[in-house]
Design a protein around this ligand. Structure first.
Ligand code: URA
Length: 243
């Protein structure tokens, strides 16, 4: 494993948040290979001996899988060249190898899965297994039933015709139209492009579900670990044995 910031390693070893871990370092309680550690140091927990109060730390070795309620305005990337805020700004204590599973546009909010488990991430995004994704879209104008039917059957986009989808109008005064979509693909800006193809713009988009995982009442900008039941349900849809 490459070098990582000491406070992140300590957070992963159960010394509270990154802030608390910084405090532990600042108080001179940490050593790396016997030498006193100071704030800002990096270390490699695989090759170096890290101790707190003279006791070697024990790292969490189990994989971590999280749900994040992504707000708009955050980019789903490890590093944004334009210097915009990224989802990792919302996850300061995350292990360095935590990867997002599928993207959401900067202007889309909702459920994003992140995991340290490479096999799970690979299976969840593989086209042969594309798990169901559910969205709620706020669409300009009144979308006629014929257009919704076209979206259900498939519309031609520049990268091919979309697969059959579940599309339904949600109750409420129109315009605008509020719709629920369930798709199996994960193409770039797919929902927005589908509505554009039938002449309507999406001005607000939220992902509410991915496979068996629901956004529920998770607050905007917050994240949480999956429950063991959720993790096993997710593993099951991609053909993995229970954790
Ligand atoms: N479809 C979109 O248009 N945008 C997203 O972020 C996800 C699906």
């Amino acid at each position: 494993m490459p070098e990582e910031r000491l406070q992140k390693i300590l957070a992963r070893a159960g010394f509270g948040s990154r802030r608390t871990a910084e405090d532990v370092i600042a108080r001179g309680r940490v050593t790396i290979d016997g030498a006193l550690a100071t704030l800002g140091m990096k270390a490699d927990p695989d090759t170096q001996r890290i101790e707190v109060d003279g006791n070697p730390i024990r790292l969490e070795t189990r994989e971590t899988t999280l749900l994040l309620h992504k707000p708009t305005g955050y980019v789903v990337t490890a590093h944004d060249e334009q210097g915009r805020r990224t989802i990792y700004d919302l996850l300061p204590d995350a292990p360095s190898h935590l990867r997002y599973v599928g993207r959401l546009d900067v202007d889309t909010s909702g459920l994003l899965i992140l995991t340290t488990d490479g096999e799970l991430a690979h299976r969840l995004t593989h086209p042969s297994r594309e798990v169901e994704k559910e969205y709620e879209a706020w669409v300009t104008g009144v979308v006629p039933e014929a257009a919704l039917e076209q979206l259900r059957r498939g519309v031609r986009l520049e990268d091919g015709t979309t697969r059959p989808a579940l599309v339904e109008r949600l109750p409420g005064e129109e315009p605008p139209t509020r719709a629920r979509l369930v798709i199996h693909e994960g193409r770039n800006r797919q929902v927005r492009r589908m509505f554009e193809a039938v002449g309507h713009g999406v001005f607000r988009l939220q992902r509410t579900r991915m496979g068996p995982l629901e956004l529920g009442d998770l607050h905007l900008g917050h994240s949480r670990k999956l429950t063991p039941e959720e993790l096993n349900a997710l593993r099951e849809v991609v053909g993995l044995a229970p954790a």
